[in-house]
Design a protein around this ligand. Sequence first.
Ligand SMILES: Cc1ncc(COP(=O)(O)O)c(C=O)c1O
Length: 284
Amino acid sequence: MPLLTAGFHYGIGVFEGIRAYKTGKGPAVFRLRDHMVRFEQSARILGFKGLPYSIDQMVDVVAETVRKNAYDDCYIRPIAWLADGGWNLTTDSGKAHVAVAVWEQAIYLEKKKAEQGMRACISNFMRHHPNAMMTKAKTNGNYVNSYMAKTDANRNGFDDALMLDAQGYVTEATGANVFVVRGNNLITPEPDAILEGITRSTVFALAQDLGLNVREGRMTRDHLYIADEVFVCGTAAEIVGISEIDSRPIGAGKTGPITMQLIDAYKQAVRGTHPRSSGWLHHV
Ligand SMILES: Cc1ncc(COP(=O)(O)O)c(C=O)c1O
């Protein structure tokens, strides 16, 4: 990629974060088509008139890239960016280029760490307003906001930050969606100012299988403080319990029992041993 590439200078690009897992039938990509559909949607939201490859072609290319690199467990990064022009601040004056990278990635937190959960704070950086930066699109530029919030959180001794929207309601973590457990209910913010995570939708299904009521709803900061359990989920993070927020312990101050059940179900789903696995895994 030449140094003088508009996408690199102005954050005009879209990407996906996908994982492939070792299963009893060889490596398989988790929810590959759903990711490639979102990739195409992100490009559309950003204003690209089209990508050089169809969703079907992208599915094939990702599977082939995983196969040729012969990894069992890996992270996959399809990316499209504005090049061949684009200097006058219009998407139309350049072209979308596409690449796929894969790298080996170790998988789960050790059991002890998973049980411990992570410490989060509420960021004083606000999540994007959807009329400023479209949050349904996984655009490169959106992540400037995440970088600022997470860097700040880490410098203050927290593992990650949870972010509020312009009205002060809970949105998501810097790179993952957030859920609250209260009794038998699982609640997650409405998809207003969040990325609609594919793991989030996986959790909906797995939680329903466990007999939990799942709903989307507006959530305030103090809803988090008084929850029985809070966890975040995303392709990279998978499912991670939150032990404390703003130095207030959540539940018993470690990953809660429902979160642990969801972690187990998710592990089975990605490894091909869950009844839902066959609908979600794309063998390469
Ligand atoms: C800001 C943000 N929200 C949510 C998610 C979770 O999305 P998914 O489950 O599709 O990985 C991610 C992860 O990519 C993210 O970066």
